[in-house]
Design a protein around this ligand. Structure first.
Ligand SMILES: Cc1cc2nc3c(=O)[nH]c(=O)nc-3n(C[C@H](O)[C@H](O)[C@H](O)COP(=O)(O)O)c2cc1C
Length: 370
């Protein structure tokens, strides 16, 4: 029997130029199972996404745009024709099941290490390294090279090139990874961006890089197929902003002027406060993020972090969000849409198989059997 409390999730939604059949979005999940040599998605990856095609929209795992922008082995790129061909297989597999799929385009900035990118020093907005060890190597993070104006132009060109290839591959949309302490987020936030030039200082300055890249993506995909993921109060990768509501109110208003299709808005995660280093907790900065930012953007807001079907439906009914994205639940519930609709129990994911490996813990989670 259908769960009447989640009916709202099954009202179709116009997201920019894309019509989605339900409001359950699969959020981006790095699984490090792409081909390590070519850095392209393989048949296994295509199968993973195709199993999850009943989501209203799938966001791919973070996908890098240059050698310097990667940080996890086994992640895919969008830099060359081999990768385009790999992505075409994924897109075809999802489209065959009438699903929709957006590429999440990404630059890791300072959140990587020269040992993970062929000896290249990480880049960032300022010479401020992440406190704490690199997650993959378990050694201290390096101090990034502070990007000069030529570096900024180069990275903008690389985003544009990546978007062009993503378009060629046939993605329905593109999502800029502006969350979780990667390069775009590093430019936005006050603790990682202490530049004195036009790309820092004021809130307008800190948002400039992000907005210029959004403009590049719009120039390739059109405004109705561009979105961004943000984490205003997230602490992952040692992030902190002194006034996140003021910063993101400005950013949302600027994104609204550009009429992009969607913003995927991450709420906080309690456990991330482990990265606080004595700073105020994310909860103390705001406990009602969706309410504070809703009115600054008229397009689609996709709520994220720790949601269930019923909570998501309530948030949509009260108008705080328009759709909801799910990360962890999608690892082990390929049929999450059906499980939410019929109130079937969810399968727990095994964290040991989140990253790397092959099919185990990846494509062997099956749809619910009654
Ligand atoms: C294994 C794993 C990999 C993830 N990879 C990415 C990623 O590549 N890009 C991204 O934006 N978020 C990534 N996330 C975060 C999720 O997309 C999502 O924002 C987060 O898990 C919160 O949603 P949830 O509470 O529904 O899990 C990842 C999360 C997990 C658990």
């Amino acid at each position: 029997m259908k769960n009447p409390k989640v009916d709202t999730l099954f009202n179709p939604l116009q997201v920019g130029e894309i019509q989605i059949e339900n409001r359950i979005i699969m959020s981006s999940l790095t699984r490090m199972r792409c081909d390590k040599e070519t850095k392209s998605p393989n048949d296994l990856v295509a199968q993973f996404y195709s199993q999850r095609a009943s989501a209203g929209l799938i966001m791919t795992e973070s996908t890098f745009i240059s050698e310097r922008s990667q940080s996890w082995p086994g992640c895919p790129g969008i830099m060359d024709q081999t990768q385009v061909e790999g992505w075409k297989k994924v897109i075809q597999a999802v489209h065959n099941k009438k699903g929709k799929i957006a590429l999440q385009i990404w630059h890791s900035g300072r959140a990587t290490h020269s040992l993970l990118q062929q000896g290249l020093q990480p880049w960032g907005p300022s010479q401020i390294g992440i406190k704490g060890p690199n997650q993959i190597l378990n050694i201290p993070h390096e101090i990034p090279h502070e990007m000069n104006l030529d570096d900024i132009q180069l990275v903008k060109n690389q985003f544009r090139n990546g978007a062009q290839l993503a378009k060629e591959a046939g993605f329905d949309a593109i999502e800029l990874h502006g969350a979780n302490g990667y390069l775009i987020d590093q430019f936005l936030k006050s603790n990682s961006n202490q530049r004195q030039d036009e790309y820092g200082g004021t809130i307008q300055g800190r948002c400039k890089f992000c907005l210029e890249i959004i403009d590049e993506l719009i120039s390739i995909f059109g405004k109705g197929r561009v979105g961004i993921k943000v984490s205003p109060i997230g602490r992952f990768n040692d992030m902190y902003d002194e006034d996140p509501i003021k910063l993101y109110t400005y950013l949302f208003q600027e994104l609204d002027k550009r009429q992009i299709a969607f913003i995927e808005l991450m709420n906080d995660k309690d456990e991330e406060n482990a990265y606080n280093h004595g700073l105020p907790s994310s909860q103390s900065q705001t406990n009602n993020l969706f309410e504070k930012l809703r009115n600054s953007f008229k397009g689609i807001i996709i709520g994220n972090v720790g949601l269930t079907g019923e909570i998501a439906a309530q948030l949509i009914q009260t108008g705080l969000i328009d759709a909801a994205s799910f990360g962890m639940p999608y690892i082990s519930n390929p049929d999450l849409v059906e499980r939410i609709r019929y109130n079937f129990p969810l399968t727990e994911a095994n964290p040991d198989t989140f990253f790397e490996g092959e099919h185990i813990g990846y494509i062997d989670y099956l749809p619910f059997q009654q």
